[in-house]
Design a protein around this ligand. Sequence first.
Ligand SMILES: Nc1ncnc2c1ncn2[C@@H]1O[C@H](COP(=O)(O)OP(=O)(O)OP(=O)(O)O)[C@@H](O)[C@H]1O
Length: 292
Amino acid sequence: MSAVREQPAVPPDTGPRRAAAVDVEGVTRVFGGRTGEVVALQDVDLRVAAGEFVSLIGPSGCGKSTLLRLVADLDEPTSGTVRVFGRSAREARLGRDYGIAFQQAGLLPWRTVRANVELPLALAGTGRAGRRERADELLALVDLAEFADHHPDQLSGGMQQRVAIARALADEPSLLLMDEPFGALDEMTREHLQAQLLRICAETRAAVVFVTHSIPEAVFLSDRVVVMSPRPGRVQAVVPVVLDRAGAATPGSGPHDDAGDDLRTDPAFFGTVAAVRDALRGTAAGRGAEVR
Ligand SMILES: Nc1ncnc2c1ncn2[C@@H]1O[C@H](COP(=O)(O)OP(=O)(O)OP(=O)(O)O)[C@@H](O)[C@H]1O
């Protein structure tokens, strides 16, 4: 446990100075309310390097979504700073530096599924033919090609989430902010999309900040798993994930072609799952953490 805790939430700066995808420094977020103040986050530091995949995990109410919302400039810290590729969170939002897929799909009900996926491309000025081609490619990726002309209310919750994931990927952002994007999906679809997400991130070199309640999901996807403590939310532990992803990606098997079964049965995978579980037990002892 102590070896795990010693891992920094801020990875060492290597090579020439390059802006981190996400740089959260000393962030506190206090919500005021009639029943008193809630310190959702206290003095949180988190640095996500360009191209790095970091998951946030922790008991319900520990501030994971709040942290993601601060990075996405959907909320502001009470104190501390948030920078995205060296810019303020607001500048990054205006510059569309990232794609978002949150728990609620947030699709526009009056647009077709294809038109929803095309939206970031339209904002980026991509021509009609290019938008359509890319949207259809992404809809095929999330197995929704035949629903391109449907409207969101004709789709199940899980299908809507998959549309939101396709939309988040449309403009090949260098940063993806994902809040339990696979939460409403069945296990097989979930594993398939996890593997697809890894493949896409490897191809596009996108950094990802990913909120989940699932320890195996966090370990399967991440370079580092950040374990947060219950209120006030803080970074409690950081568990590095060292898996032989390249070795598992042989043709016909591994995360690049199927659901990543080779990795999921690797002893190193189980060992890391156990390390995250231990870290969570440390943070959530007696508090009934909602983690699987
Ligand atoms: N807009 C708000 N106003 C008041 N309190 C809030 C607001 N948003 C979040 N909180 C509080 O901040 C704390 C952290 O909430 P947050 O949603 O970030 O937790 P979480 O770790 O994402 O939880 P879960 O795993 O259940 O989704 C909670 O106590 C919550 O009640």
